[in-house]
Design a protein around this ligand. Structure first.
Ligand SMILES: Nc1ncnc2c1ncn2[C@@H]1O[C@H](COP(=O)(O)OP(=O)(O)OP(=O)(O)O)[C@@H](O)[C@H]1O
Ligand SMILES: [Mg+2]
Length: 225
């Protein structure tokens, strides 16, 4: 059997607040394979966002290690790590994190600036991805001119435009109504099955959990199920 795509070994994260230590994750170990669609659940403050930010290399664990495609993130220098992660992973944030002054198309083009392709290829890929998420007629809209669900779809297009092997989504439907949430999950599901992309979605929503093939439940920073 091939090695798992993403492995966390004994990951702990403690935030130091003045003289108090706040343990956010305690000894988390998981191994996730290509093609899995994983729900990350648990009450508010249980460590979901912290775990996703460590998985994605945006934060460092206090102890333990994370390997992606067999490469230990902590062995890499900063620049090497960010280039590796940008080429391997996509992120969808709860708060969209779109750039206000850029159009939808320009937002989606951003991750492609580091890829050695022509300007026309970059534009074509961004347009193709926006069409895929149903926003082919909104290319020149700025985030403020789009609804919440549309902004989230732009952020999904941006996360997917480099065709990542792993997608991290932190409560991607938290601000959306049921219909928009369904559309977003259908997109994530399509990516998951079409490209065997490993998708890890944190959520409170039981309807979203129903889409997934595996559930990881956190409580107080520990995996409990
Ligand atoms: N930057 C930080 N500094 C200090 N403590 C933090 C920081 N980030 C998170 N924490 C603490 O770590 C714990 C886990 O937080 P985290 O944001 O991962 O929870 P969560 O499961 O994502 O919650 P929610 O469902 O509300 O988004 C919480 O107790 C939180 O207060
Ligand atoms: Mg969170």
């Amino acid at each position: 059997m091939a090695a798992p795509l993403l492995v966390a070994e004994n990951v702990s994260k403690t935030f130091r607040m003045g003289s108090v230590d706040v343990p956010a994750l305690r000894d988390v170990s998981v191994a996730l394979e290509a093609g899995e669609l994983v729900a990350l659940t648990g009450p508010s403050g249980s460590g979901k966002s912290t775990l996703l930010s460590i998985f994605s290399g945006l934060a460092r664990p206090t102890a333990g290690r994370v390997c992606i495609q067999g490469a230990d993130l902590s062995d890499m220098a900063e620049a090497e790590r960010s280039a590796f992660l940008a080429g391997t992973c996509g992120y969808i944030f709860q708060s969209f994190n779109l750039i206000d002054v850029l159009s939808a198309q320009e937002n989606v083009e951003l991750p492609l600036w580091e890829v050695p392709i022509s300007r026309s290829e970059r534009r074509a890929r961004a347009v193709e991805m926006l069409e895929k998420v149903g926003l082919g007629t909104r290319l020149n809209h700025r985030p403020a001119q789009l609804s919440g669900g549309q902004q989230q779809r732009v952020s999904i297009a941006r996360a997917l435009v480099r065709r990542p092997k792993i997608l991290f989504a932190d409560e991607p439907t938290a601000n959306l109504d049921a219909q928009a949430s369904e559309q977003i999950m259908a997109l994530i599901q399509e990516l998951n099955t079409a490209n065997a992309c490993l998708c890890i979605v944190s959520t409170h929503d039981p309807d979203i959990v129903a889409y997934t093939s595996r559930k990881i439940r956190l409580l107080d920073g520990r995996v409990v199920a």
